[in-house]
Design a binder for this molecule. Structure first.
Ligand code: ZN
Length: 104
């Protein structure tokens, strides 16, 4: 099985000496290419992580648009759950206070 490798890969594998991929290559594989991301507040900066924090408003800024959307959906979901819980608590309190008053 001799797969044709790009010249750059062969050179780097030989440079490590023992035939194993070097640590530098592993780090390079896990690091995203620096990309300019823009926060919701309009602040734009270069990021190489899947999630980083805006220096101006401390909001999470995602490398991929897909993650940003998922985060937004999660936020809406959390707000909905909290709103439902608050409404339920209000309903229980109204039931406990209004019902004894009406039965007088
Ligand atoms: Zn921001």
């Amino acid at each position: 099985m001799n797969l044709p490798l790009p010249a750059g890969v062969v050179t780097r594998a030989n440079a490590s000496g023992n035939g194993l991929p070097s640590k530098r290559m592993d780090i390079m594989a896990n690091t995203l290419a620096p990309k300019r991301v823009t926060c919701q507040c309009g602040n734009s900066f270069v990021s190489s992580k899947s999630r980083s924090w805006c220096q101006q408003c401390c909001a999470p800024v995602y490398y991929y648009e897909k993650d940003q959307r998922r985060h937004k959906i999660n936020n809406y979901y959390m707000i909905t759950v909290i709103a439902l819980v608050l409404m339920f608590i209000t309903y229980i309190f109204v039931e406990m206070i209004a019902e004894p008053l009406m039965s007088l």
